[in-house]
Design a protein around this ligand. Structure first.
Ligand SMILES: [Zn+2]
Length: 236
């Protein structure tokens, strides 16, 4: 659980290896993967009548989906890397294994969940999400942004081209880069004042988390939901 978001009445969490592989593109029997998602939806309080859980095929792009109420079930949208909801009651999810899951929350119940690897970071998916929320009346200055468990600045080495895309600095050799640091800078520049970052690294702490660079094909899920009835978060 992301504790500082719990104080806003928002449930925000990331699964670990203990919850199993939640990769929707795995070669495991579909029933096994769906059973793990069912358990996750139950934990998020969005299983059953009226429950809404949004997911998507992630393509390292910058497309964001704004979810209105008026549907129920488990959505798997095509080709999107971020989810937003102004109204309470929709769980937003991304799958990750080294990329950074970015949780966004407003005290009135608007939430966002963004998947940011190097491409999404370089192309500005996080400031884009903050802009879309602002266009719906959610002020950046009132937002809480949490940069969740992902690969750390000591583990994440990239080639010269990617380094230049991310930092604007030319180099001849591979360099390490701190994606959460870059994302924090972007959020600050977009007007967010409340920015927290997780200390967990999926690579350093790969006994706990799946890590793409560590050789895993498995994925954990990062999820956020503002419960339909504020003050009554689902049991965790
Ligand atoms: Zn690390």
């Amino acid at each position: 659980m992301v504790e500082e978001l719990r104080a806003l009445g928002v449930t925000a969490l990331i699964t670990t290896r203990a919850a199993g592989d939640l990769n929707l593109s795995s070669t495991e029997p579909v029933g096994a993967v769906h059973e793990r998602w069912t358990r996750l939806r139950d934990r998020l309080g969005v299983l059953g009548p009226g429950g809404r859980c949004a997911s998507s095929v992630q393509v390292h792009g910058t497309r964001l989906l704004m979810h209105e109420p008026g549907w129920e079930g488990w959505l798997r949208a095509d080709a999107a890397d971020g989810h937003l909801a102004i109204a309470r009651g929709t769980a937003l999810t991304v799958t990750v294994a080294d990329c950074i899951p970015v949780f966004l929350a407003h005290p009135a119940g608007a939430v966002g969940m963004v998947h940011a690897g190097w491409r999404g970071t370089a192309d500005g998916i996080l400031p884009a999400a903050i802009d879309v929320l602002a266009a719906h009346g959610v002020r950046a200055g009132d937002l809480h942004v949490h940069l969740g468990p992902g690969i750390c600045g000591r583990c994440y080495e990239v080639g010269p081209d990617v380094y230049a895309r991310l930092t604007g600095v030319r180099t001849d050799a591979p360099r390490t880069v701190d994606l959460r640091g870059l994302l924090a800078d972007q959020a600050r520049a977009a007007g967010v004042r409340c920015i927290e970052r997780s200390a967990w690294c999926t690579r350093c702490d790969s006994d706990l988390f799946f890590s793409h660079r560590g050789g895993d094909s498995g994925r954990q899920v990062a999820a956020i939901v503002a419960p339909a009835s504020p003050g009554r978060p689902p049991s965790a």
